[in-house]
Design a binder for this molecule. Structure first.
Ligand code: NAP
Length: 248
């Protein structure tokens, strides 16, 4: 039987690229999205065309009841979970902290921090060997912003990813003895729609050119790191924060 992974925010960008790459390796993929059903359906079709099974599941990761129902659906349709890619994330338009509204900060922390915690908690409950799970692996999608700080753009986003790094380190220690590895990938500037959603469609190309490797990265290049961390090739890696930034 194929292994089962749930990827949050898999309708596009890094989540979609990861879903397709895992499918080529025989994984069954829970494809989560928030609102873009057409894009998520495209991911699911591509997963199936790549040899994997797909289960499409709409849920807001910041909503506790929806997260729990999402995990139930994926396990019912595909089988017991062996991996979570905690990938859903948002930015807001660039602004200095002095000009940020509380609503904006709350929504960034809700999705990026609370959402990731709710999904990691649900995965811990289902995958830990001391709770009847098969063990497995979690990859949290953090950001190089966690160590760069994103001044004048989005300190709230950067700090939300700092929280993800800390959660990765602590949860790796909690779950190591329970058969679950927990790691984070910290992408640099990657060509996806997230930059347009923050009001800067050309941001990755513009700033990517200043990275030591001289360009922005592609979603496939992040997917490759995530897939490695989920694989048996990374069997002794846990609590790691893996920068995939072109040297930035
Ligand atoms: P993206 O193209 O904007 O895709 C974001 C995904 O998250 C979409 O599938 C979206 O679903 C989903 N999503 C948003 N809010 C959600 C919610 N409340 N519940 C469930 N799903 C939700 O972004 P991306 O660039 O691929 O980013 C993926 C991850 O990488 C994020 O955590 C981001 O912070 C991180 N990252 C990206 C970069 C970069 O340069 N691109 C750099 C560092 C880190 P819908 O389509 O339904 O809206």
């Amino acid at each position: 039987m194929s292994k089962v992974v749930l990827i949050t925010g898999a309708s596009r960008g890094i989540g979609r690229a990861t879903a397709i790459l895992l499918a080529t390796q025989g994984w069954s993929v829970g494809v989560n999205y928030a609102s873009n059903a057409a894009a998520a359906e495209t991911t699911a079709r591509e997963v199936e065309a790549s040899g994997g099974k797909a289960c499409l599941v709409q849920a807001n990761v910041a909503n506790e009841a929806e997260v729990s129902a999402m995990f139930d659906t994926v396990e019912r349709m595909l089988g017991p979970l062996e991996a979570l890619v905690n990938n859903a994330g948002v930015v807001a338009p660039s602004a200095p902290l002095a000009d940020m509204s509380v609503e904006r900060m709350r929504s960034v922390f809700d999705v990026n921090v609370l959402g990731a915690f709710l999904c990691a908690r649900e995965a811990a409950r289902r995958m830990s060997t001391d709770r009847g799970g098969k063990g497995g692996a979690i990859v949290n999608v953090s950001s190089a912003a966690a160590r760069l700080g994103s001044p004048n753009e989005y300190i709230d986003y950067a700090a939300s990813k700092g929280a993800i790094d800390t959660m990765t380190i602590g949860l790796a220690k909690e779950l190591g003895p329970r058969g679950v590895r927990v790691n984070a990938v910290r992408p640099g500037l990657i060509e996806t729609e997230i930059h347009a959603s923050g009001g800067q469609p050309g941001r990755a190309a513009r700033l990517g050119a200043t990275a030591p490797l001289g360009r922005a990265g592609h979603a496939d290049e992040i997917a490759a790191a995530i897939v490695w961390l989920l694989s048996d090739a990374a069997s002794y890696t846990t609590g790691a924060l893996l920068d995939v930034t072109g040297g930035r």
